[in-house]
Write a protein that binds this ligand. Structure first.
Ligand SMILES: [Zn+2]
Length: 209
């Protein structure tokens, strides 16, 4: 199957974006520096109360890592999105919540700080979609390992510059992304600097083999 690029845009550092992706379309998310964590959600377009569920994902696949072998299942345990290509480190976090206002306050930030949770709601709002809560995201390009004693190890990002993932919609979905604005901890690299990423929407070319 061949694909054409229907649209492309920058996902600005620290900000979010939501986009409708039809069943069979793909979205390529590129990480130019390899250091940027991207929080990712997908909602069924006709019923946004069905969305990618990280707890169902872990139960369904018996793993904590989202990879090309593990479809991202919904709150009804149906595959909504599949990672069909991945040139990153290949293990995407499904354990940690989106960063939010309370986290930044607990980190000592005074005043408003952008967050992945706010970015998700802001991005969905641009499509006139309201969610009364923040589902747990799949944290693309983010490396969180579990030690033998059960504690978590937030590792530095391990992807090469220019790494990308290709996400295939298995139904008509709204994909939401947050280019994580975390600049207090090192989850976006040792220099604590969020960086732009790129998005391309890919549509199958009719009649292609
Ligand atoms: Zn974040």
């Amino acid at each position: 199957m061949d694909y054409r690029i229907d649209d492309s845009f920058v996902l600005p550092a620290g900000y979010g974006k939501a986009v409708r992706v039809r069943a069979g379309q793909r979205l390529r998310l590129t990480n130019p520096f390899g250091t940027q964590a991207i929080d990712f959600w997908a909602f069924l377009d006709r019923d946004t109360y069905e969305f990618i569920s990280t707890d169902n994902f872990r139960s369904f696949h018996s793993t904590i890592f989202a990879t090309t072998d593990t479809a991202l299942v919904s709150t009804r345990r149906r595959p909504l999105v599949t990672i069909v290509e991945d040139t990153s480190s290949g293990k995407h976090d499904t354990l940690l919540c989106a960063c939010n206002a309370d986290i930044y306050r607990q980190l000592g930030v005074e005043g408003y700080h952008r967050s992945c949770a706010d970015n998700m709601h802001e991005a969905l709002g641009e499509l006139s979609i309201k969610m009364p809560f923040t589902p747990s995201p799949v944290n693309l390009f983010m490396c969180v390992a579990v030690r033998a004693d059960g504690s978590l190890d937030r590792l530095l990002p391990a992807s090469k510059p220019g790494s990308y993932v290709v996400l295939q919609a298995e139904d008509d979905v709204v994909m939401a992304f947050s280019c994580c604005p975390q600049d207090v901890t090192t989850i976006n690299g040792a220099d604590r600097t969020p960086r732009d990423c790129g998005i391309e929407i890919l549509t199958p070319v009719a009649g292609a083999a």
